[in-house]
Structure formats: structure tokens, C-alpha cells
Design a protein around this ligand. Structure first.
Ligand SMILES: Cc1cc2nc3c(=O)[nH]c(=O)nc-3n(C[C@H](O)[C@H](O)[C@H](O)COP(=O)(O)OP(=O)(O)OC[C@H]3O[C@@H](n4cnc5c(N)ncnc54)[C@H](O)[C@@H]3O)c2cc1C
Length: 402
């Protein structure tokens, strides 16, 4: 992979200068540790356990966890750049890193002091990997439509239901599960120890994009959750879920989409400079240049919006709309650039070793989580035209920023 050719991103934005050391560390880790496994990850549809162990040893799974709980205590912008540069080398590993921070984010934001002390150190070290379990077969975007239930029992609750499309499912041993009270609408969040009986996280989805990313079903059959593992206040789950989706999910997904986009950019420019036709590289052809221009400008636009949004979040500004916009643009533009790149590669776009078809599927997978493109548009427009609609998020944001 060429990293110093002229298309390389414009000089980093001033807001991101403070993240340079982490960016350099991430690039170094990718070159030394990840690259030897990259081809295997792309073709085998399974993440090598050795690579997962190496990721755990970086401490990046605890990026946002405060130092007092064993984490790195870094902010949202660090997270976006870290995920981007890891995903640029290996999208599937980037996906594992980004999704791990959502369940963890729920505990950081809403956990009691005792819960933080109980769970965050093992999440920071990678001893535990936590999922966030919201989606179900019949309630994707419609979070309130979920049918996983909790019922009160002596000393806690029992959970029953089935969650779909749960990231890191097969490699996790802790879950933040959102469920509704039986026969009521109110939703609550629960920290569920993966070793508890009645949990089955073994069924994968066999997706075509991000093939080595463990995406699967989480089945809960009379799973007992003790009172001390209720997250926040009972009945406050919708607000908590929206906050975590908006302020942890969207920036993480943005980093993932940027990383995939960055790889498409790298590969397209390298290919166009190497492929010779008419006795010269195809990068000399105006139409090919036009495609390369589209990829470059789309990447730069996504990156600027993403870093700015993550910076706002890092300094405690209201970042709800910028993060939604960043999530929307990064996924949308990564998909468009994959299409442009497929033109540049001609028939080779479909050959496994050129990666473009796979990256196109990978980019597609970044769009549904934390809100599909259309849901993102709706959220942004609602925020502009009827901000009261977002009282749930705004109240939480004030609380979170306090
Ligand atoms: C890679 C990946 C990782 C994921 N990880 C997790 C995870 O860790 N935990 C988890 O809980 N879930 C996870 N998900 C699931 C993800 O959150 C859902 O895919 C997402 O919420 C959309 O739900 P759906 O796929 O069922 O689509 P649907 O909600 O069925 O949407 C179908 C279509 O209807 C449109 N639509 C729906 N509602 C509206 C609306 N109100 N306005 C306009 N259009 C609308 C959508 O835009 C879309 O075009 C993951 C998904 C993927 C692909």
C-alpha cells in the first residue's frame, strides 16, 4: 500500500493534530501486526484469534474508559481516527473495535459507580468484550417495537427474547441488553454476564460484507439479571439507547466507513498509476482522473465533517446533528466511491485479490447500524424543523455534558 503518494489526505485539520501520536501508533500496529493477516481475514470469513488478542493488548478497546477504571481516557476524535486507521488496513477488525465501544459506552454513560468498578477494568483490558443488543427481527429502526421482555423476580428480572444483527456476538462475554417490561411499553437496559445460563450467542448471520466480523443472534431464554445489573433507572432505556446510538454508535460507525473509504482511495490510486493502457498509466486518462477526483473529494468531505463532529463531541458541545451528518455522509460516500472505484478497476473489480467488490459490500454494511441513511436524514431534518422532537436526546445530552 502506498501511503505517501500525492493524493494523500490534505494536511490534517488543526482539531485533529492532538490525535497524531495515536494515529501513528495505529498505522504502525497495522503495518507490523495486522497486515500479515489481512488477506486471510478477507477470504476466510473468520477473525484469527491471534489478531484479536493483539487488538486487546493495545488498550484501544478501552479508548473512552477513564484512566481510573483502567482505560486510556481519550475522547471521541481519538476514537474516530483510531477506528478509521485500523479499518483502513482491515475493515473487519475495525468493525470489531468500533462495535465493542457501544456496550461499553452504555456503562460509561449510565453505569453506577459500583457497575463501573465491576465491569470497566475488564472491558478496558479486553478480558471482556461487550455487545449492545437492541435490534430484533421485527424492530430494526423501530426501537420501541422490540419484543424482548423483562419480568420481575425476587432479587432481579428475567429476560426472554432474541436479538438480531448483534456485533461481536460470537466473541463476547458481556451484553448490554435493552428490553421492554412485559405487557408495557417502557424499555430498560441491563448488564448481562455472558456466562449466565440461558444465553446463546452462537448463531452467526453469515453476511457478505465484513465477512470476518462476528455478527449474530443473541438468544435469551429465562436469563436472570440481578438487581445490581440494572443499568440506570428502570424505564429509562429508550433515552439511554438513543443516547448511546447517537453519541457512541454514530462516531464509531463513521470511523469505520472512513477507514473503508480510505482503503478504496488507496487502492484506486495505486491501481490507476500501475495499470498501463495505450503505453501509459490509466491515471493519465481524463475519465479515469474524473473518477479518482470523485473518490478523493468524497473522502475529504466525509473526513472533514467527521473530524469536526467528533471534535464537537470531544469538547462537550451539542454534537447530535453533526454526528448524524457525519454518519450519513461517511457511509453514503464510501458506497459511492466503491462504485467509482469499480469503474477504474474494470473487470478486475470483481476479482478477489483486487478487493473492490468486497470493499463495496463492506461499505454497504456501515449504513444500517446506528440508523440507516433515511433514518439519519429524518433525524437531521427533525432536528432542524422540530427540535422538540428530540427532547429525549437533548435532555440526555445536557445530563451527559454536566
Ligand atoms: C454491521 C452491522 C452491525 C450491527 N450491529 C448491531 C449491534 O451491535 N446491536 C444492535 O442492536 N443492532 C446492530 N445492527 C442492526 C442495526 O442497528 C439495524 O440494521 C438498523 O437499526 C436498521 O434496522 P433493519 O436492518 O432491521 O432495517 P429496517 O428498520 O427494517 O429498515 C428497512 C428500511 O426502512 C427504512 N425505514 C425504517 N424506519 C424508517 C423511518 N422512520 N423513516 C424513514 N425510513 C425508515 C430504512 O431506512 C430502511 O430503508 C447492526 C447492523 C449491521 C449491518
Amino acid at each position: 500500500m502506498l501511503t505517501n503518494i500525492k493524493y494523500a489526505p490534505l494536511q490534517d485539520l488543526s482539531v485533529s493534530n492532538r490525535c497524531e501520536p495515536l494515529k501513528e501508533q495505529t498505522i504502525d500496529f497495522c503495518e507490523r501486526v495486522v497486515r500479515p493477516h489481512s488477506a486471510q481475514v478477507r477470504t476466510a470469513a473468520k477473525m484469527p484469534s491471534q489478531l484479536l488478542d493483539s487488538l486487546k493488548s493495545t488498550g484501544w478497546l478501552g479508548m473512552l474508559i477513564e484512566k481510573q477504571y483502567g482505560g486510556l481516557g481519550l475522547d471521541c476524535l481519538h476514537r474516530v481516527m483510531n477506528v478509521e486507521y485500523l479499518a483502513r488496513e482491515c475493515p473487519d477488525l475495525g468493525a470489531i473495535l468500533q462495535i465493542a465501544q457501544l456496550g461499553t459506552g452504555s456503562i460509561i454513560e449510565f453505569g453506577s459507580e459500583a457497575q463501573k468498578r465491576a465491569w470497566l477494568p475488564s472491558l478496558a483490558s479486553g478480558e471482556r468484550i461487550c455487545t449492545i443488543a437492541i435490534t430484533e427481527e421485527h424492530s430494526g429502526s423501530h426501537v420501541l417495537g422490540m419484543s424482548t421482555t423483562y419480568e420481575h423476580r425476587k432479587g432481579g428480572v428475567i429476560l426472554n427474547g432474541e436479538k438480531w444483527f448483534i456485533g461481536n456476538c460470537g466473541i463476547s462475554n458481556l451484553h448490554v441488553v435493552y428490553a421492554r417490561a412485559k405487557d408495557e411499553r417502557q424499555i430498560s437496559g441491563f448488564i448481562v454476564d455472558g456466562n449466565q445460563s440461558g444465553i446463546d450467542n452462537s448463531e452467526p448471520h453469515n453476511q457478505t460484507g465484513l465477512k470476518s466480523f462476528p455478527l449474530g443472534k443473541l438468544k435469551l431464554n429465562n436469563v436472570f439479571v440481578p438487581e445490581e445489573n440494572i443499568l440506570g433507572t428502570l424505564g429509562d432505556g429508550l433515552r439511554m439507547a438513543y443516547y448511546v446510538i447517537g453519541h457512541h454508535g454514530r462516531p464509531s460507525l463513521t470511523g469505520l466507513a472512513l477507514g473503508i473509504h480510505h482503503r478504496i482511495l488507496d487502492l484506486a490510486y495505486t491501481f490507476a498509476m500501475e495499470r498501463q493502457l495505450y503505453g501509459k498509466p490509466i491515471s493519465d486518462l481524463p475519465d479515469v482522473r474524473s473518477k479518482l477526483f470523485e473518490i478523493y473529494t468524497q473522502y475529504e468531505q466525509s473526513r472533514h465533517v467527521a473530524y469536526e463532529a467528533a471534535h464537537k463531541m470531544s469538547i462537550g458541545d451539542n454534537a447530535y446533528r453533526p454526528l448524524s451528518l457525519a454518519k450519513y455522509l461517511s457511509g453514503e460516500y464510501a458506497c459511492r466511491s466503491a462504485t467509482s472505484a469499480s469503474e477504474v478497476f474494470g473487470a478486475r473489480a470483481g476479482l478477489q485479490e483486487f478487493e473492490i467488490a468486497q470493499l463495496s459490500l463492506d461499505a454497504m454494511m456501515t449504513r444500517p447500524p446506528s440508523g440507516t441513511g433515511d433514518v439519519q436524514k429524518k433525524r437531521i431534518m427533525d432536528d432542524i424543523f422540530s427540535p422538540k422532537h428530540h427532547q429525549v436526546q437533548d435532555n440526555t445530552l445536557q445530563r451527559g455534558a454536566a
